[in-house]
Design a protein around this ligand. Structure first.
Ligand code: NAD
Ligand code: UGA
Length: 361
């Protein structure tokens, strides 16, 4: 089943920049790549057409749904430091601005593959009877968001409401959709380094790499005991390709995509990254850790998920898919990318770079 033309919204972002060229390659079709920035989308594939636009701008959703037979929607503000500092922008980006797109997909019978998030499960995994479970399941788990004054949950709430809108269009108006709930997907090109190509606080991977490259202590929010299951972006790309290949099986389905085998504490992630960095920069300093309170790090209104592990039974069954890349296996490739991109730009009295420039391939 080959799509006629695929629109990838948010193609200039981390996952989009991996996905757009892979879709062109896999399906041999034209790709409309929409974003406000394309620095990360470096492919020279002529089938990938860049359109610099905001999805909410007049006529953009109309044009996208007029041309494409499948829309993959990734646009979002999805950085936790924004959820409690720019909550209205987060709600608009993850909900309000996408409403016309969903309506147009329904009206024009365009297939929609929408990226939601594992954050819709909220603080912890509970089954439908309210009993604790280890894994989060698409069709059984509750959504346990914190109180409204905990603005952390603006993102999860906006994403969940968007899921419900899409679900209702599917149930009652014939929208052909699949919803993806990614669990902490990481890889080359994720986020930015503060003060170099972005401001504020990125997600934990870029935070830790930034601190390691500057020779600064790794900040562990609330001790770094929180646990996440990290998946390599290559496994995500393969799963999304299979969703495209299996429209009948995936129609109307919500799918967890993550790697339960890669579950670690955040402190352990920091230690692993540091160990791997030494392979590239043998003179890199040993890591130092600093405990910080969530309020000091993110501000009031932050809240957290203690443990987030996906149940991927459904994805395995519908996609004949298995995430393959182990955490230790993926880290060298990720670090190589950051070291190569930022080596000349990270400076500081304790940065490993001034003494290790020659060691970077
Ligand atoms: P990202 O921030 O790297 O990519 C999002 C892209 O969307 C950015 O390039 C941004 O410029 C673009 N964008 C935002 N608003 C836009 C608008 N109004 N118009 C046009 N472009 C706009 O994020 P990512 O990690 O690649 O995530 C992609 C999707 O997956 C998001 O929907 C996110 O919520 C979801 N997700 C990601 C993860 C993860 O671990 N990476 C986990 C859960 C959910
Ligand atoms: C993330 C983001 O919300 C989304 O990108 C995504 O939708 C979601 O994961 C998901 O996978 O569903 P989270 O895992 O909480 O949420 O965000 P990270 O920035 O990756 O932080 C992970 C943990 O590390 C959090 O407990 C955070 O408090 C902690 N952290 C973060 C630190 O201890 N130190 C840091 O420097 C940064």
């Amino acid at each position: 089943m080959t799509p006629r033309r695929i629109a990838v919204l948010g193609a200039g972002g981390f996952i989009g920049s991996h996905l757009a060229p892979a879709l062109a390659e896999r399906f041999g079709c034209e790709i409309d790549a929409v974003d406000v920035t394309f620095e990360k989308l470096t492919t020279a594939d002529a089938r990938v057409h860049r359109h610099e636009a905001r999805i909410e701008d007049a006529g953009v959703a109309e044009e996208v749904t007029r041309r494409a037979s499948v829309v993959v929607s990734l646009t979002a503000l999805c950085n936790p430091s924004l959820y409690s500092t720019k909550p209205l922008e987060v709600i608009d980006a993850n909900f309000t601005h996408l409403l016309p797109l969903v309506r147009l997909c329904t009206e024009r019978q365009v297939r929609l593959i929408h990226f939601s998030t594992a954050e819709v499960y909220g603080r912890r995994a509970l089954d439908s009877a309210g009993e604790p479970t280890l894994e989060m399941n698409e069709d059984d788990s509750c959504s346990v968001l914190g109180p409204v004054h905990r603005e952390r949950w603006t993102y999860a709430c906006a994403k969940q409401l968007m899921e419900r809108v899409i679900w209702a269009h599917g149930q009652h108006h014939g929208l052909d959709f699949s919803i993806v709930r990614p669990f902490n997907t990481i890889g080359p090109r994720m986020d930015y380094l503060p003060g170099i190509d972005g401001e504020g606080t990125p997600r934990v991977l870029a935070c830790f790499i930034n601190q390691l490259l500057r020779g600064e202590p790794l900040k562990l929010v609330a001790g770094g005991h929180q646990r996440r299951a990290f998946m390599d972006v290559a496994d995500m790309v393969e799963a999304v390709c299979r969703i495209l290949e299996r429209p009948a099986a995936c129609r109307g389905q919500i799918l967890n995509l993550g790697n339960p085998a890669n579950e670690v504490s955040i402190a352990e992630l920091g230690r692993l990254l540091s160990r791997e960095l030494t392979a590239f920069l043998p003179l890199a300093r040993p890591p130092r850790f600093e405990d910080v309170s969530a309020a000091d790090f993110y501000g009031e209104g932050y809240d957290d998920t203690e443990q987030r592990v996906p149940d991927i039974t459904k994805a395995r069954r519908l996609l004949s898919w298995e995430p393959r890349v182990g955490l230790k296996q993926m880290l060298p490739n990720i670090l190589k990318d950051y070291v190569e991109r930022y080596a000349g730009r990270v400076v500081g009295p304790t940065s490993p770079f001034p003494i290790a420039q020659g060691l970077v391939a």
